[in-house]
Write a protein that binds this ligand. Structure first.
Ligand SMILES: [Zn+2]
Length: 110
């Protein structure tokens, strides 16, 4: 059975520069090439103009982002804890906010 192989953007280098270096570059190029979702008009019409500069070809918005991706930098809190931990913490705090109301409700009835 034939193996399906994804064509990498680093195919142009053929066997040169080493596998891991080509893989790293391919991951970066996958981030910045192609169309991205516009934060202003929500259409996938944003392309990278140059390092850190992104342009929407629908609404002509030009804005700053990261050099190779449009994504915003993570906050310090997000960097310290993982997403699962963050969601668990958010659920705990939500439960703490809701819990006192449940406890006081029967007291009012009695
Ligand atoms: Zn736009």
């Amino acid at each position: 059975m034939a193996m399906i192989r994804k064509v990498s953007s680093t195919k142009r280098f053929r066997v040169r520069y080493g596998r891991s270096n080509r893989d790293k570059l391919a991951a970066v190029e996958e981030l910045h090439r192609g169309w991205h979702k516009c934060p202003y008009c929500s259409k996938e019409a944003v392309k990278r103009e140059s390092a850190g500069i992104w342009k929407c070809y629908k609404c002509d918005a030009v804005f700053a982002g990261r050099a190779y991706s449009m994504a915003k930098r993570k906050t310090a809190a997000e960097l310290l804890i993982s997403e699962e931990q963050y969601e668990a913490l958010a659920k705990e705090t939500a439960a703490e906010v809701e819990a006192p109301e449940e406890e006081t409700a029967p007291a009012k009835e009695a």
